[in-house]
Design a protein around this ligand. Structure first.
Ligand code: ADP
Ligand code: ZN
Length: 640
């Protein structure tokens, strides 16, 4: 960066000189014009030798009868206009202000602009700025101050174990001397491991908030730049900045972006990332724990991190931040509902029970959406129904009732979704179907949502296979009903979802006997991404693709035979969806059996879930990943 600054300095200097030159030459518009003394000028006027004169403030440009131009300067307060006219000269005048302040301003404008530009760049380079062309080497660490809201441990709920493990760091930051006196060993770095939205950033901020120290945040991907060496110098700057502000917390989000295993999978490929990682390791070794800088990093892929990062003296403290369990969810809801007035019927425990798989961020979003729904209808507090609707929205995306579907699109969607639902209901290991709808939501024309009954911790092969079958059922249904040639683009999202699940089964979870228990995920990322893959033979690649395809084909066949076997139920459900548009899990079961639904009257009113708790009691989904069978759809052409 010293370099960048030097270059900028010389460029600006050069431009300044250029501007100066312009200014002075600009002062004399015509260099060949001769300047004469005022008395010579007066003499010429009196002799009638001046034919025209242009008065510009104190400057007079005049022409004699031979046509030669001269310039003279008027002494202060002298006016020669009358004299010129008396002697038969034509007098022009420039507007007065042109000569005064404006001229000065105009001539200084380039300077002002240049200086402005200079200050701007210098500022950016001084840090503070967010990088950019000249800012290359500077770390982009952002300082979050109290302005951004102080976060304390009270704001973090449901992850008590993680909190406890980090309490020690707070103690240390509050009173570093005490610790070093006792010879206690303080971790330099802590690694928070957990899925997105579980509160890792929040936790790190809370540590800073509790200890009352500055909090710097930067994302691992900020280090990864096109130019070799830039990332490394950013790391250096970041540590410099941190040491200046010690005691403080530096939070590196998504550390996997820089911290990936060196070498493996990237056949000598990524010098830049390796340099950056090396610099990070060097810096972490290069300061003493008692300097008061604590590095907290977050990732959800600890498995890809370079083991060197995890060695003692680096991120030796690891804290798992899981998705919250039911108790945790209740507490998180409590935290976020603190400032929201709740109606008497709201029971956070019931909501918590109905939201397995929700992360802290999802729950925060849920409370927010519920409050918005209440506000929209002008209620002063939030009732259970708002939470129900908010849950649907968070899980399935917002309803788009305004989207107009043709009768044909609607029918196709109904059969498609009925296919998902029937197969999902028929396979014992699929999560219970919670809702099916053909009202467009989010980017989808319709969807079937299924929710696990309990918090799901791991997946077995048979569950994966059945889930795959349910995912492929939409396409199977469309083909069965409308024929191969009439398949819509509706199943596109399903196919994508099925592929990524099947890939994970083969590549990461060792569920294919043929491919075996080898984690090829990294190699796979290699050859599908930009970097060339490592040593996977063409044969292995082919085998992997074959196995992925086999899983999907088998799933499709399973779905197809279920639908053929249950054709009557399939038909009834599709018709039911066409009639009611949205059906809950219980309603689906009744429609399938041909039982009538006791819905109010109006066709298109949202089923009023007055007795909500019974519905809520049926639990939930993996949010964030698309709901099962959600028609990850391509948008239909809006049809008039
Ligand atoms: P991560 O860094 O793990 O991706 P964040 O810390 O950015 O997740 O969480 C995003 C938001 O979700 C937080 O600002 C907070 O509002 C909410 N949140 C997440 N986890 C929790 C939690 N355990 N307690 C309270 N709020 C949470
Ligand atoms: Zn689908």
């Amino acid at each position: 960066m010293g370099n960048a600054r030097n270059i900028a300095f010389w460029v600006v200097l050069f431009l300044l000189i250029l501007a100066l030159f312009n200014l002075f030459s600009g002062g004399q518009p015509n260099m060949s014009t001769r300047t004469v003394s005022f008395s010579d000028f007066v003499e010429a006027v009196d002799n009638g030798e001046v034919s025209t004169a242009t008065i510009d403030g104190e400057r007079v440009v005049f022409r004699d009868e031979t046509g030669t131009d001269f310039v003279t300067i008027l002494p202060d307060g002298v006016d020669v206009t009358d004299r010129l006219i008396e002697n038969g000269a034509t007098v022009n005048a420039r507007p007065q202000e042109q000569s005064g302040f404006t001229t000065v301003l105009m001539s200084f404008l380039p300077f002002i602009i240049l200086i402005g530009v200079w200050i701007y760049f210098m500022n950016r380079m001084q840090g503070g700025g967010r990088g950019g062309a000249m800012g290359f080497g500077k770390s982009r660490a952002k300082l979050l101050t109290e302005k951004h809201g102080r976060v304390t441990f009270d704001d973090v709920a449901g992850i008590d174990e993680a909190k406890e493990e980090l309490e020690e760091i707070v103690e240390f930051l509050r009173n570093p001397q005490k610790f070093s006196r006792l010879g206690g060993k303080i971790p330099k770095g802590a690694l928070l491991v957990g899925p997105p939205g579980t509160g890792k950033t929040l936790l790190a901020r809370a540590i800073a908030g509790e200890a009352g120290v500055p909090f710097f945040t930067i994302s691992g991907s900020d280090f990864v730049e096109m130019f070799v060496g830039v990332g490394a110098s950013r790391v250096r700057d970041m540590f410099e900045q941190a040491k200046k502000n010690a005691p403080c917390i530096v939070f590196i989000d998504e550390i996997d972006a820089v911290g990936r295993h060196r070498g493996a999978g990237y056949g000598g490929g990524n010098d830049e990332r390796e340099q950056t990682l090396n610099q990070l390791l060097v810096e972490m070794d290069g300061f003493e724990a008692n300097e008061g800088v604590i590095i907290i990093a977050a990732t959800n892929r600890k498995d890809v991190l370079d083991p060197a990062l995890l060695r003692p003296g680096r991120f030796d403290r690891q804290v798992t931040v899981p998705n919250p369990d039911i108790k945790g969810r209740e507490k998180i809801l409590g935290v976020h509902a603190r400032k929201t007035p709740l109606g008497p019927d709201v029971d956070l425990r019931i909501i918590a029970r109905g939201t397995p798989g929700f992360s802290g961020a999802d729950l925060a979003n849920l409370v927010n959406e519920a409050a918005l729904m209440a506000a929209r209808v002008g209620r002063r507090f939030v009732v259970m129904e708002d939470f129900e609707n908010a849950k649907d929205k968070v899980m399935m995306g917002a309803e788009r009732r305004s989207m107009v579907l043709t009768a044909e699109q609607k029918e196709k969607t109904a059969y498609h979704e009925a296919g998902h639902a029937i197969v999902g209901l028929s396979l014992p290991k699929c999560d219970p179907v919670y809702k099916a709808t053909i009202i467009p939501r989010g980017g989808a024309l319709g969807m079937v949502v299924s929710l696990p009954e309990i918090d799901r911790l791991n997946w077995h092969k048979s569950e994966c296979e059945q889930k795959l079958a349910m995912t492929m059922a939409g396409k199977a249904a469309e083909i069965m009903k409308f024929g191969e040639e009439n398949v819509s683009n509706g199943p596109a999202g399903d196919i994508q979802q099925a592929s990524s699940l099947a890939r994970a089964m083969v590549l990461r979870w060792g569920m294919s006997d043929k491919v075996g228990n080898i984690d090829y995920a990294e190699a796979h990322e290699g050859y599908s991404g930009q970097t060339p893959g490592f040593s996977v033979s063409a044969h292995t690649k082919e085998m992997i693709e074959d196995e992925v395809k086999r899983f999907i084909d088998e799933a499709y066949q399973t779905a197809k035979s279920i639908l053929e076997e249950k054709e009557d139920e399939f038909e009834r459900l599709a018709q039911g969806l066409l009639e009611y548009e949205t059906l809950t899990g219980d309603e689906i079961k009744r429609v399938i059996k041909g039982e009538p639904l006791d819905r109010g009257d109006d066709e298109d009113d949202e089923p009023t879930q007055g007795s909500a708790p019974s519905v809520t009691a049926i639990p939930k989904t993996k949010p964030r990943s698309k709901p099962t069978g959600g028609d990850g759809g391509l948008e239909p052409e809006p049809t008039a």
